[in-house]
Design a protein around this ligand. Structure first.
Ligand SMILES: O=C(O)C(=O)CO
Length: 329
């Protein structure tokens, strides 16, 4: 009897064709859907599928997950696997994998781009010209600025390296644990995020988001300490910043501006439908569509790692990059 073909749904940025062909050569049927599936599409699309390579911004919630029990494996293309942490016990033995560190350089590069944009106001000035304006105003600079990094994982360390080596930024950081590899690099260690906020011109978040643990770690007090010329750059997860505190800080001029890649709701609603009231706050708030990790190189690396995970599950081997919080699943 012919074996039923195993269907794999892939979402997100264009999945490299040569990696898709490798998967097809192993008998998998690839259904690549560019972008993010919305809540209504996700269950119908995943229904009957064997594998799901999540490259879009879908959130795997408990109600979705329970409706697709045939799914054998979810391969998340990224590092921040927090949405899986909210799932209950996994009695059906579904496997969860991810692609640790594959996009760290890309996210760090984009973080620097946002720092440059927020200090030199590139987007703001370009929008001004588009609207018929032409003003000559000097801006702060990233060169020699005091850059603070909360969370010195792979991305935080890359941001520190790029900011200090390319721009002579003076780097200070906070990290939950001591990281011996940071000694001798000339960075200053703060004892708390608040202490860090009080010392820097720009604060970049490199923290892993842990639901129920560090939601809103950046709140009113942190933003006030950052100060009226301070800039917040969040390329980690929106939830790390308290949205009410951010809105109030921006409105009151308690910080100079904020840039965030990704939002509390993804994809974002129209600004007038935004329950957080932040999306209309241009030019002091810059929001990009959770794209920091999407360089061509990073997508290729993530796809290759996701394919390794997928093929391991197919061949009943332990996948090389299982989501740690869920053990081997
Ligand atoms: O790697 C990550 O966590 C990303 O932001 C992609 O979702």
């Amino acid at each position: 009897m012919a074996m039923k073909k195993r269907r794999v749904v892939i979402t997100g940025a264009a999945f490299p064709a040569e990696i898709a062909r490798v998967l097809e050569a192993h008998g998998l049927v690839i259904e690549a859907i560019p972008g993010t599936l919305d809540r209504d599409e996700i269950v119908s699309t995943l229904s009957g599928a064997w594998g799901y390579v999540q490259g879009g911004s879908e959130r795997m919630t408990k109600d979705v997950w329970q409706k697709v029990p045939e799914l054998a494996v979810i391969c998340f293309m990224g590092t921040g696997y927090h949405s899986f942490m909210q799932l209950p016990e996994n009695p059906v033995g579904m496997q969860f994998t991810y692609t640790p560190h594959a996009n760290a350089e890309a996210v760090a590069e984009f973080t620097i781009a946002l720092m440059l944009d927020m200090t030199r106001r590139v987007t703001e000035r370009a929008n001004e010209v588009r609207a018929g304006g032409w003003s000559e105003v000097a801006t702060p600079s990233l060169i020699g600025a005091r850059v603070g990094i909360a969370g010195m994982g792979r991305i935080g360390q890359e941001v520190a390296r790029m900011a200090s080596s390319a721009f002579g930024a003076r780097v200070a950081y906070w990290n939950r644990s001591i990281r011996p590899e940071l000694r001798g690099l000339g960075y200053t260690r703060a004892d708390s995020i608040r202490e860090l906020c009080a010392q820097v011109d720009l604060l970049s978040l490199g923290l892993a988001y842990k639901p129920g643990d560090n939601d809103g770690v950046i709140a009113e007090e942190e933003l006030t300490l950052l100060g009226g010329s301070g800039i917040l750059v969040n390329t980690a997860r929106a939830e790390l910043v308290d949205p009410v505190a951010l809105r109030e800080a921006l409105m009151a001029g308690r910080i100079a501006g904020a840039a965030m890649d990704g939002y509390y709701i993804e994809p974002t609603p129209e600004p007038h439908d935004d329950p957080y009231g932040l999306l209309a706050m241009t030019p002091r708030l810059l929001v990009t569509p959770h794209c920091a990790y999407l360089s061509h190189q990073a997508v290729h690396r993530m796809a290759a790692m996701a394919a390794e995970n997928l093929l391991a599950v197919l061949e009943q081997r332990v996948p090389p990059y299982p989501v740690p919080a869920l053990g081997t699943c």
